[in-house]
Design a protein around this ligand. Structure first.
Ligand code: JFT
Length: 269
């Protein structure tokens, strides 16, 4: 996969040189190219921003440098990339979108600053290419570079051969991470006692059936506490008898439509 990033802060993308993404690049699984937008600004001060039409606070990124930069990047490759524009007003970046984008041969990210990019740039490329305006979450950042780091990591780990064997086991249907609509429970490693704290006995029992049940129960505890929306939204057909027992202990049960909701006061930690 080829990834291009156009930014006024190329140094912000340095983390793409390390860890999972850095290794994928070193192995030739990822071709990442970071470009300085100011290379396509032609005035004496390499200006990339200007005041907003209609007035108001802040500055807007000028269309000409983005147009020249994107034309140049697009011409430098074969075929047409998907353009990914981070913006707080975009569609949510989800695991589903990460999977979809991981199947594309070429992505161009356009992290911007100030109040955003002149709208005509998105319209111009949207007429000819697949342009996705995306947001990584409901909080306010100062620009699109951090979202690009987040999205690239989510996408790169899905590429064939990028995760090592140990890590890719998480995709196995037996692994707790595969419980698509539940959060994962706690994990433990050596030593067996640390600062007077032990390991839940069941994990030392060697009884794989009991361990799997305990993990699923813990997953329900955490999901009810941290993401009750996931339980409310879940297809109740996904809950077996023991799941329903656990949900009942946690104060959850089926409503008239079969979907689960809170039916008793919240259970303490
Ligand atoms: C914020 C952003 C994302 C995402 C791109 C650009 C400027 C600052 C800003 C903040 C609020 C309103 C502009 C950006 C994000 C997110 C992405 C820009 N800003 N207008 N903030 N939060 N989840 N993706 Cl360009």
């Amino acid at each position: 996969m080829r990834l291009d990033v156009v930014t006024i802060f190329p140094e912000y993308l340095e983390p793409l040189n390390v860890s999972l993404v850095g290794k994928a690049r070193a192995r030739g699984q990822l071709d990442v190219r970071v470009h300085d937008l100011r290379a396509w600004a032609h005035d004496k001060h390499n200006t990339v921003d200007d005041t907003p039409y209609g007035g108001g606070p802040g500055m807007v990124m000028k269309p000409e440098p983005w147009g020249e930069a994107l034309d140049s990047v697009i011409e430098s490759g074969e075929g047409q990339p998907v353009i990914v524009v981070p913006t707080p007003s975009g569609r949510p970046f989800t695991q589903e979108l990460a999977v979809e984008l991981s199947e594309k041969p070429w992505l161009v990210f356009t992290p911007a600053r100030y109040e955003g990019i002149d709208r005509r740039v998105i319209e111009e490329y949207g007429d000819r290419l697949d342009v996705r305006e995306v947001s990584i979450g409901d909080y306010v950042l100062a620009g699109g570079e951090a979202p690009v780091l987040v999205m690239v990591e989510a996408i790169a780990r899905l590429l064939p051969g990028v995760l090592g064997n140990a890590e890719s086991h998480r995709d196995d249907s037996f692994a707790p991470g595969a419980m698509a609509d539940l959060l994962e429970g706690p994990v433990y490693t050596k030593p067996p006692e640390w600062r007077g704290r032990g390991i839940p006995d069941v994990l030392l029992s060697g009884h794989h059936g009991k361990i799997a049940r305990w993990r699923r129960d813990e997953a329900f505890r955490r999901t009810v506490r941290n993401r009750p929306d996931l339980i409310e939204r879940a297809d109740p057909a996904a809950f077996d008898k023991k799941d329903r027992e656990m949900l009942s202990i946690l104060g959850w049960g089926p409503g008239p439509d079969g979907r689960f909701g809170r039916v008793a006061p919240d259970v303490e930690e």
